[in-house]
Ligand binder design. Structure first.
Ligand code: HEC
Length: 178
């Protein structure tokens, strides 16, 4: 499944990367016209970094997110048997709705969220490091979805590397601006 997504959605992924990045940059600049930006190469550099982080994500991290996070943070929920119990189904639906409002992992990185791609990396690192996601109530019921120490490390390393790359690109861009 992961493999298929890699092959079929590369073009779409690039498109999304460009769109999202464009959006966040426009915000950061409060509407400044990028057609007059003196350093278009710096923007391209940032886009290249995002594409690289996305590729790393697909290879090393996507299967872990699918396993531990997708039930709540994607449109791909596998409803558990106990979701049929009275009172529980509404609770689970609310959980999923709230989770998806925060961050949606369905379409890979950059994630769909209200934050920037960099902020999302910081948030993911934080919840994994602190062990707050997946929530305890979920871990108790879904032992197969638990992440072991090695898997956590893999997600954290990916997030940190991505943060460094985006911050470097951002610094390079700022340095080139008049
Ligand atoms: C049982 C459902 C559930 C699962 C599984 C789950 N989450 Fe969440 N997640 C939530 C809910 C609900 C919220 C919003 C409320 C909160 O922050 O507790 C949330 C919020 C978040 C946030 C935003 C936190 C912030 O400070 O803004 C991040 C990032 C996140 N989740 C990442 C993950 C990751 C990564 C995984 C898998 C390792 C995961 N979640 C698994 C339910 C879930």
């Amino acid at each position: 499944m992961i493999k298929r997504r890699l092959n079929s959605s590369n073009a779409a992924l690039l498109f999304v990367v460009t769109l999202i990045w464009g959006g966040t940059q426009a915000q950061a600049h409060e509407g400044k016209d990028h057609a007059q930006d003196p350093e278009p190469n710096a923007w391209e550099e940032q886009e290249r970094k995002l594409v690289e982080i996305t590729a790393d994500y697909q290879l090393a991290v996507a299967p872990l997110i699918q396993k531990a996070c997708a039930d709540c943070h994607s449109g791909d929920t596998q409803y558990p048997w106990y979701s049929m119990m009275p009172g529980i189904s509404q609770w689970i639906r609310n959980d999923i709705e709230e989770a998806r409002q925060h961050v949606e992992f369905s379409n890979g990185y950059p994630f769909q969220s209200h934050a920037t791609p960099l902020e999302d990396l910081l948030a993911v690192e934080k919840v994994i490091k602190e062990g707050t996601m997946p929530p305890l109530r979920y871990r108790l019921m879904h032992s197969k979805a638990r992440l072991n120490e090695q898997e956590k490390k893999r997600i954290i390393e990916w997030a940190r590397r991505g943060q460094r790359m985006l911050m470097d690109a951002e610094l390079a861009r700022a340095a080139k601006q008049p």
